[in-house]
Unconditional design. Structure first.
Length: 291
């Protein structure tokens, strides 16, 4: 019912728009509407190309290797401290089985940190390649038809505007994803480092979970577009349904992307709060003071 109501609303709005210019000579009215429509279609065309490119490809982390080297160089300054700390725990707790076990854990984590942090750019690149490969596997020729700008020629102006609105929302969330992927080059090695420092593991887990969600958002978008393609094919006989479904699908994909970002952030904050309840007390005190 809500979808049917929206279809009727757009149809009535389109009729009202036409009535507002119907007093003009027919050729003039058609020229005005076609001019607006052509402007909107010209605006949508590069957005559709951008969406397709962003769903099928990712950044190349090695383009930002200089930033990664700076972060890894800073982290490497702590390697010696970790080994010294693990060694001291061995010496001071040599007669205590619990302390010896803890020292072994710290030593093992220190070795893992050295290896994983220095391999983090490669690991991040492999994750992005895997995500792109899955998205390309999901992508079919039917999905290419969803991005055919020629299909907009048969639509009236308001349908084209609605289509452009949905495409723009999805493009914005995909652009945000690409920006976060760039930040991942910096934060993934930090997340790995923090994860293997036992007292700071919650912070490392937050960072790694967040960027993991960002990476595989691409697969979810490809799957959503595939579902939209199947839906439009199933109801191809219904006038305007394909364009309406695609525009709504763009909006749904944008909402899902935004939800993934928000949920990842909230889950991370929840994990940090659970590990550090004193931070919650401080935060409440600060917000209460501001209020």
């Amino acid at each position: 019912m809500p979808l049917l109501f929206l279809v009727l609303l757009l149809s009535n709005a389109s009729a009202g728009l036409w009535d507002s210019v119907s007093n003009l000579p027919a050729n003039v009215a058609n020229a005005i509407l076609d001019s607006f429509k052509g402007t909107v279609v010209s605006f949508v065309a590069p957005i559709l190309d951008f969406i397709k490119a962003m769903v099928l490809s990712n950044i190349n982390p090695y383009d930002f290797q200089d930033l990664w080297l700076v972060i890894v160089s800073v982290i490497s300054c702590f390697y010696l401290l970790l080994f010294i700390f693990a060694g001291l725990k061995f010496l001071l707790g040599s007669y205590d089985a619990v302390q010896r076990k803890s020292a072994k854990e710290w030593l093992k984590n220190a070795v893992v940190i050295v290896v994983a942090v220095n391999a983090s750019l490669l690991l991040y690149s492999l994750m992005l390649q895997l995500s792109s490969a899955v998205a390309l596997t999901i992508w079919t020729e039917k999905l290419d038809s969803l991005f055919d700008i020629a299909q907009l020629d048969a639509l009236n102006l308001l349908w084209v505007i609605f289509y452009a609105f949905g495409a723009l929302l999805l493009a914005i969330t995909l652009l945000l994803r690409q920006l976060f992927l760039i930040l991942g080059v910096i934060f993934v090695p930090i997340g790995i480092f923090l994860y293997f420092i036992i007292p700071l593991r919650a912070y490392g887990s937050v960072i790694l979970n967040f960027f993991g969600a960002i990476v595989f958002m691409q697969v979810i978008d490809a799957a959503l577009l595939l579902g939209i393609s199947m839906l439009t094919t199933q109801f191809a006989s219904l006038e305007y349904f394909g364009t309406f479904a695609l525009a709504v699908g763009f909006i749904v994909a944008a909402v899902v992307n935004a939800a993934i970002l928000v949920i990842a952030i909230l889950k991370g904050l929840s994990s940090v709060a659970a590990q550090n309840p004193e931070l919650v007390v401080v935060a409440k005190a600060v917000t209460g003071g501001l209020a």
